[in-house]
Ligand binder design. Structure first.
Ligand code: NAD
Length: 289
């Protein structure tokens, strides 16, 4: 590693808190080295209150780009000179590009989701999608699917604070992507949910249900709603194959595990940093299995 660092090595980083368990430094440093790019990546523990200082430091130190994780994803928005369409609609940023002091904010989670589907042979153009959840991951998915040409998206969420947040997101989508129909429904309304799944091409779980340590839980109790034509995707990646995916696979559905979304959102950030494709197969093998 030390041999790789020179007087002209470009620096990239992760900001957020906590960051000490992040896999991003390993993934990006491996990719830089593999492709012979004179760049290095480190993680900085930055609280929300320190975002302003961190942004000033980017400019002073000419840090070329950064990934942003919780709790800083919304806070960084106000320091951006430009936002990608998805970052503007969502009001959050997970990747910053610094071009001579001009900062552009992107959000790559939704792109990662769409790419993961593509890698499983699924195109979202013209599709009807049911999304369970309205939190961070769900919002990124809904917005990107709308931008990328989904025909209709039905969001189901429990009546918690995320439900109201989804109403605002839908308003923004209606303004920016009026051709995509987006509806919001109560996840407790099982009859409506089952009807909507039957009319959908793709079902996405973007809630925390099924995540470790609650591996035995699935957001879909009645597995009769699965038909083998349905594509079932999960954002949960711990465990790698959730109960939802196991149930759907048993019926013959195409299943799309959440770990691929994580890989491809990182690959998209790498592409924004370098203009190059990340060596995704090797990164997947080394860090995501
Ligand atoms: P969040 O806190 O922003 O949203 C949580 C969502 O889950 C909300 O819609 C909430 O209403 C719903 N929810 C919580 N408990 C529920 C319950 N008992 N029944 C039904 N709905 C419930 O979280 P997030 O950041 O969106 O993360 C959600 C999941 O997605 C986590 O498992 C996270 O690890 C995963 N995730 C994966 C990726 C990826 O790249 N694969 C990226 C981000 C998040």
């Amino acid at each position: 590693m030390e041999k790789r660092i020179s007087g002209s090595t470009a620096l990239y980083c992760l900001i957020g808190s906590p960051v000490d368990h992040s896999g991003s430094p390993a993934m990006y440093n491996y990719s830089f080295q593999k492709l012979g790019i004179d760049s290095a990546y480190v993680a900085f523990d930055i609280s929300e209150e320190k975002v302003s200082d961190a942004i000033a430091a980017f400019k002073t130190l000419n840090i070329r780009g950064a990934n942003v994780t919780m709790p800083c994803k919304s806070e960084v928005v106000k320091y951006m000179d430009e936002l990608s369409p998805a970052a503007r609609i969502i009001g959050a940023v997970n990747t910053i590009i610094n071009k001579s002091g001009k900062l552009t904010g992107h959000i790559t989670d939704g792109v990662g989701f769409v790419r993961n589907l593509k890698e499983h042979g699924v195109d979202i153009k013209g599709k009807i999608i049911t999304v369970l959840g309205a939190g961070g991951a769900a919002t990124a998915i809904v917005v990107q699917c709308a931008l990328d040409g989904a025909k209709e998206i039905n969001i189901f969420n429990i009546k918690d604070a995320f439900y109201q947040k989804a109403e605002k997101t839908i308003e923004n989508i209606k303004k920016e992507v009026p051709e995509c129909v987006v509806n919001l429904c109560d996840l407790e309304d099982t009859q409506k949910l089952n009807g909507q799944i039957a009319a959908s091409d793709i079902l996405v779980n973007a809630t925390r249900v099924g995540m470790h340590p609650n591996e035995e839980e699935s957001p879909i109790k009645d597995t009769n709603v699965f038909t083998k034509e349905l594509v079932v995707a999960d954002v949960v990646y711990n465990p790698r194959k959730t109960k939802l995916l196991e149930d759907a696979e048993a019926v013959g559905c195409t299943i799309v595990p959440g770990i691929g979304m994580l890989l491809w959102q990182g690959a998209e950030a790498f592409k924004l940093y370098t203009g190059l494709e990340m060596p995704a197969d090797e990164v997947n093998e080394l860090y995501f299995k």
